[in-house]
Design a protein around this ligand. Sequence first.
Ligand SMILES: Cc1cc2nc3c(=O)[nH]c(=O)nc-3n(C[C@H](O)[C@H](O)[C@H](O)COP(=O)(O)OP(=O)(O)OC[C@H]3O[C@@H](n4cnc5c(N)ncnc54)[C@H](O)[C@@H]3O)c2cc1C
Length: 285
Amino acid sequence: MIGIQLTYKAPETLKEALDLVGREGHQILTADQSLISDLKKGVPSLHTLVSLRKIPGLSSINIDNGELRIGASASYNSLLTHEALNQYPALAQALATIPDPHLRHHSTFGGALSHGGRIHAPVLAALMALDASVVVLTRDNDTRLPIHYFSQNGNRVLLPQGGLITMIVLPEPAAKSSAYLTVNQLAGRQANHGIAISLTQSGDTLDQIRLILAGFTEQPIRLKNIEEKLAGSSLTPDSIKSAADQLGQDELPIHNDRIPEGYQRHLAGVLLQRALKSLTKQTVS
Ligand SMILES: Cc1cc2nc3c(=O)[nH]c(=O)nc-3n(C[C@H](O)[C@H](O)[C@H](O)COP(=O)(O)OP(=O)(O)OC[C@H]3O[C@@H](n4cnc5c(N)ncnc54)[C@H](O)[C@@H]3O)c2cc1C
């Protein structure tokens, strides 16, 4: 039994919601998935829940100016069943790895980004590979935060005071190929270990590449040095192998006692090589 008295408010407009969320002791709720676990941990001074359920438009998913705009209250499943997702294979494949149907149907993008948690790492990694941004509204302005902001600061993300996520925006995919790869291993215990990749090529040459590992570190990690080394080059079996050899402690700082470090580093190398080969089959045998 959790002995706490809470007031529930359900504003009908964004303006009303913003007036409430900046106040002390008020907490936003979208689909309430994290409420019980948060209350068990104890949330000091919480006295009012501000539900976003009644605000129109926050669950919509649409294409505007070539961008895919995902409302913060849209569920994972509503995007999974949306035809626009065909353009973003990395995100479709990452969403499909969320093992629990309850979470797939009820987790919202705004709630998951704000709450953090390893279960959402594949989705965050795919959004990072696709250069997503997040629209955060406050009473004074609206800001577009780059998605990598949400992979910092440990588990819980600090939004600007009184801030509310309204939308996740994916740029037009243009000629970008993308994928999210994972492995079935150890009775599914590490199902959230995976890699998100996106790239553009001119002929055999890689123009731009994003490589994000999920599940190895507390938050998904971008392999910037490897990206820089590969951009502007043509992939060969040797360059792919040498990219995997670069996954030392500097590039991938593993601090997880449950799973042997050597095993994780090997797994990361295998995923990286498979990801590079999967999107560049035409140039690498
Ligand atoms: C059965 C079950 C199993 C679960 N298992 C796991 C698990 O294994 N691992 C794990 O990590 N999590 C787990 N969770 C929690 C899960 O991560 C939630 O999906 C996640 O918290 C998002 O929930 P939500 O969309 O309902 O958001 P809510 O719970 O409504 O909100 C989550 C947080 O985000 C904030 N927030 C919500 N919307 C916005 C917004 N638009 N702008 C700004 N802030 C916002 C809220 O204030 C709150 O702090 C589980 C939950 C359930 C019910």
